[in-house]
Design a protein around this ligand. Sequence first.
Ligand code: KG4
Ligand code: ZN
Length: 396
Amino acid sequence: MRILAIETSCDETAVCIIEAEGEGLGVRFQVLGNALLSQAVHAQYGGVFPSLARREHERNLVPLFQKALEEAKLLKSAHNQGDTSLIEKVLHRENDLRPQLVAFLKEHGKPDIDCIAVTHGPGLEPALWVGVNFARALAHAWNLPVVPVNHMEGHLILSALAGQDEKYQVSSIKYQTKHKVQFPLLALLISGGHTELVLAREWMKYELLGQTRDDAVGEAFDKVARLLDLPYPGGPEIDKLAKRARDVGLTKSHIELPRPMIDTDDYDFSFSGLKTAVRRLVESKQPLSEQTKMEIAREFEEACADVLVAKTLRAIEEYNIESLVVGGGVSANEYIRERLAESIKSYGLSTKLLIPPRELATDNALMIALAGYFRALNKECAEPETIRANGNLKLV
Ligand code: KG4
Ligand code: ZN
């Protein structure tokens, strides 16, 4: 099956085309075309504005779509003078996207794809709608089925399938999984909007063990970065600064931050108190020296890692977890990756750790293509008209 996938849930606009076959963990897939743009416009505001994200998705979707089709050698020239009124109706709110897609469809024929997968949540609703309506318009134009995909399931499935091979790159042509995934599986999903521990006793059947009660861990990274005057997105900046602190020997300092909920008898998290503690610290240490910034970044990262590792290990032991799958943007964090790997080892656990290569940890459309493939196999394609963006969509 050839899947065209569209991801617009936050500030990455992404399109990916894959060819996949096989069921469950017997899947084999190949990336045919992949195009992604991280919206730079948000950096100047220090955060993502939904209306700006929406506008950028509208402007960039068609060029990225064309690029992915070209790379997949699926771009077909044609002269169509057909009626585009339905497409214009579907995209009646997308004033930047509509003329571009109508012009594209006049010049190009239907590519050889079987299904369109699109993220319909969770995420920023105005941003999600652009992808959803784009998918609906294409479905009408080319008479293709559409499968709605949960973004968090995308992270989970991608990590499960591509999380074993550090050297894997999106550009590689062939990818055959070696099926290291075993059940029960635990997913630690850590992104800008979510922090969840999800249990799967079988493929694609989920139980929520716990989640954050306030901020997501990625959100805390971004907010703390802002307090330290670091550019947006803050997660990778804290990652670098904390590493620099360790490299120059600032491994222990007088700066101490709390480890919220580390000892609570549940699998929930809380990161907003940690962020508030950083705010107080920053206020008490004005003007901030470079060294203090480095120390705060390191201690903050360590506090997050301590809590994530403690709860994850406890769940591994309680549920006899065979595979730990880590996904979402924060799983790009070098220190958290190391800490998870080390602690599994030092506890003598045989749990297989599956973390995607860093470039696939953050949002992309390959993850949507893969989750979409499995959902399409499950016959979950929907009438385009019925698909709606849902910012609060739950995995379980
Ligand atoms: O999964 P993702 O790309 O988007 C959402 O679904 O939210 O995750 C984005 C989050 C942001 O908060 C970003 O700061 C964080 O992931 N992030 C990181 C790193 N790279 C991205 N956090 C810590 N260290 C990183 N290296
Ligand atoms: Zn994400």
